[in-house]
Design a protein around this ligand. Structure first.
Ligand code: 5GP
Length: 175
């Protein structure tokens, strides 16, 4: 797919290199433990698929789906759960995998939800962090890339109407 209204912000090769490093670090942390990895859908599916293939750890996969009410490019902070986990999380080591943290409102809501189920531990990893736009403090264990305040899509993230998720690179709309 080619377009003249976006630029490649992070190439596929660069994404894979960052994920390999994070996967190795998580392997060290979780070695000898059986963990539950929870990709947050929809945006986190591609990152999670690559991340778990770089983790040499016994793990199960569960999914949480979240959508925030609001405009296409800005979240309102009011989160709607679109899919819930099926395994009990009580007493489990949970790794939450999210595509992007912007205001932090979605992640704060989801972390609270998981904590209410009494996991033994909860760590959150995000692929992209738009630090400049943070409204609430969220506990993030690992972030692969910090990015400027631009609307991005590709590599699991959508542009409009759910399209664009299959681009291998992360691209940013031109201003
Ligand atoms: P937050 O609640 O932290 O403001 O927003 C998190 C959610 O907003 C992400 O899970 C994602 O769905 C969406 N989001 C925030 N910034 C972007 C962006 O630049 N591109 C896309 N596609 N989604 C974004």
């Amino acid at each position: 797919m080619k377009s003249n209204n976006w630029d490649v912000l992070i190439s596929s090769a660069h994404i894979q290199e960052g994920i390999r490093k994070l996967g190795a670090e998580l392997t060290q942390i979780y070695t000898g433990r059986r963990i539950v990895v929870i990709p947050l859908l929809r945006g986190g599916f591609m990152f999670a698929a690559d991340l778990v293939r770089n983790m040499d750890v016994d793990l199960q996969i569960e999914f949480l789906g979240a959508a925030s009410y609001g405009e296409q490019t800005r979240s309102s902070g009011e989160v709607r759960l679109t899919l819930d986990t099926t395994l009990p999380l009580s007493g489990r080591d949970v790794l939450l995998v999210e595509d992007i943290v912007d205001t932090g409102l979605t992640l704060a809501y989801i972390q609270q939800l998981i904590k209410s189920r009494n996991p033994a531990s909860l760590r959150t990893v995000v692929l992209l962090d738009k630090k400049a736009r943070r409204q609430v403090d969220v506990d993030i264990y690992g972030c692969v890339f910090s990015i400027p305040d631009r609307f991005v899509f590709g590599y699991g993230l959508d542009s409009h109407g759910g399209f664009g998720r299959n681009l291998p690179d992360i691209v940013a709309l031109k201003d």
